[in-house]
Design a protein around this ligand. Structure first.
Ligand SMILES: Nc1ncnc2c1ncn2[C@@H]1O[C@H](COP(=O)(O)OP(=O)(O)OP(=O)(O)O)[C@@H](O)[C@H]1O
Length: 243
């Protein structure tokens, strides 16, 4: 579409929408997820509607077994719903092939986990370059170095995980999650293995990523500290939002 035409569409859409006129990077619509285990069917999500916007930090909380991991798996395109839609930049990924879903995941989504999942024998820079879609070329290395500098680890580039503290390891994991320039960063209990002070620095990092890099961040957590840093808290109770 020529620039002038796209500007016209943008202006028209801004004129007709007073609130969020941009398509959210990730949205769930009426998502139901059931697990079949022999005779029993567990309904883990019971019609979840959820959206996150660019530059927004949302914390999903809820008791054990309420469906948080299941919801994160849907948002991360790691699993598909039994019914409902998962919209990535407006495209329903439930219509994608597995290959298309994998490609979309690599391109648009970064993951951070409680247990970091770093490779012990690789340096910080090498760990960060691992998910790059390119070969480990100079571009990927330079980008990894820049990301590590941005998360405050410019002086730890060649350290291996065994030479880093818990908070530093989590920051390597965050840099790795950002290396493919994702629209969305998903984090599962990102402060779970950290003391409160270190957890705070990680949460400040998420806020910075939202504000400065316009990335959408969604965390799933039991840690009440996370909600102090999030723009919005969403509660999941027994597979339903806002219970
Ligand atoms: N693969 C599976 N097969 C069968 N049931 C499952 C499966 N995964 C999850 N469940 C069930 O779905 C429900 C939601 O589980 P989920 O792991 O999403 O909850 P959660 O909120 O992440 O829990 P926690 O905070 O303890 O990690 C639970 O009843 C769980 O037993």
């Amino acid at each position: 579409m020529p620039a002038s035409e796209s500007e016209a569409v943008e202006t028209e859409s801004e004129a007709t929408n007073t609130g969020h006129e941009r398509v959210p990077p990730l949205e769930l619509r009426e998502v139901v997820k059931e697990y079949d285990s022999g005779a029993e069917t567990v309904r883990a999500l019971k019609g979840v509607d959820f959206r996150v916007d660019r530059g927004e930090f949302v914390s999903v909380v809820g008791p054990s077994g309420s469906g948080k991991s299941t919801m994160l798996n849907m948002l991360g395109l790691l699993d598909v719903p039994t019914s409902g839609e998962v919209l990535l930049d407006g495209a329903d990924v439930t219509t994608f092939s597995e290959r298309e879903r994998t490609d979309a995941r690599k391109e648009y989504i970064g993951f951070v986990f409680q247990s970091f999942f770093l490779i012990d024998s690789l340096t910080a820079v090498e760990n960060v370059t691992l998910p790059t879609v390119y070969d480990r070329d100079r571009d990927a290395t330079a980008r990894a170095e820049r990301l590590l500098e941005r998360v405050g680890l410019g002086d730890r580039l060649d350290h291996t995980p065994g030479q880093l503290s818990g908070g530093q390891k989590q920051r390597v994991a965050i840099a790795r999650a950002l290396v493919n320039d994702p629209d969305v960063l998903l984090a599962d209990e990102p402060t779970g293995n950290l003391d409160q002070e270190t957890g705070t620095t990680i949460l400040e990092e998420f806020s910075r990523i939202c504000d400065e890099e316009d990335v959408a961040v969604v965390t799933v957590t039991h840690d009440p500290l996370v909600s102090d840093y999030a723009d919005r808290e969403v509660e999941l109770v027994d597979g339903v939002i806002g219970g």
